[in-house]
Write a protein that binds this ligand. Structure first.
Ligand SMILES: [Mg+2]
Length: 293
């Protein structure tokens, strides 16, 4: 196997991400098959204006307009602490193909540069000189390794059961919105016992553009028939937070693996340690109290 210049690739990853994003298509198909422009200046201005108005009208910490109707969850790192398993699988397999001169990638690099990105993007970032099919085969093999390891190591994020109960008692709509492949997403949801909890799973690969673009979250609220002002997103990566913010929704960020500073810089409304965090429950109780916002 060839030895790849991993450090060089990582040093230019930010630039590469910008290139990939700038070349992505600016349209997203809605459910009826027609196209809506999501990234025009006008659309961005409208979302910004609505958010400002929403913030002024709602005094709750999450800036959600009452009543809260839906919560949209990322899966990896948000419902469960799967980031170390993904990191391990990438580290081992990248080393096998001689990436970074055969030196293992660090967890810090993984968190900062790779976590939360769709596998298509990772192909371009990690293997710019590889044939795309070969790079995707690597990603598929890495996902298979993740699925082999997950059953023994996967654990829900603290307090997930308590939050799910709170959501169920209020009859809120809920969706899982992920960049993960279908097989891995369904395995995690099944292992967490949440098959019947989520009424909808949106995959990044089913959208014109995956996170950090807003398309998967916009698709979720459209399908749930919920106005985004009455919903919020829960995420764990900077990429995911950016997707929720770009979709015009407040984002609660779980800082289990990603630094709080990174998540706040991405636009998180509230950063918490897990679903037991008192600040989260303070915000949720406020939503319970704030009728008629
Ligand atoms: Mg995640």
């Amino acid at each position: 196997m060839p030895t790849l210049a991993g450090n060089q690739v990582f040093s230019s990853i930010s630039t590469d991400v910008s290139k990939i994003l700038s070349h992505s298509r600016p349209f997203c198909k809605n459910f009826s098959g027609s196209c809506i422009r999501l990234t025009s200046v006008a659309a961005r201005a409208r979302i910004s204006s609505e958010l400002t108005s929403q913030t002024l009208q709602c005094k709750n910490a999450l800036s959600v307009r009452d009543p809260l109707e839906a919560i949209l969850f990322d899966i990896d790192g948000t419902l469960c602490d799967s980031v170390p398993i993904h990191y391990y699988a990438f580290r081992e397999m990248l080393q096998e193909v001689g990436y970074n001169g055969g030196q293992p990638i660090t967890e810090e690099i993984f968190i900062k540069r790779m976590n939360g990105l769709h596998n298509d993007e990772l192909c371009h970032l990690l293997f710019p000189d590889w044939d795309f099919d070969r790079a995707m085969k690597f990603m598929d093999d890495k996902e298979a390794m993740f699925r082999r390891l997950a059953p023994e190591q996967l654990k829900p994020v603290n307090g997930l059961d308590k939050l799910c109960k709170w959501i169920g008692e209020r009859g809120l709509k809920r969706a899982a919105v992920t960049n993960a492949p279908k097989e891995s997403a369904e395995l995690i949801i099944s292992m967490l016992g949440l098959d019947d909890f989520f009424e909808l799973i949106v995959l990044g690969s089913e959208c014109e553009r995956a996170k950090p673009f807003p398309d998967p979250y916009l698709k979720a609220v459209e399908h749930l028939k919920v106005a985004r002002e009455h919903a919020f997103v829960v995420e764990d990566s900077a990429s995911g937070v950016k997707a929720g913010v770009a979709a015009g929704m407040p984002v609660v960020a779980i800082a289990s693996r990603n630094p709080e500073k990174l998540l706040k810089a991405a636009g998180a409304t509230l950063v918490v340690t897990d679903f037991e965090d008192a600040n989260l429950w303070g915000a949720l109780k406020e939503l319970d109290r704030n009728l008629g916002c």
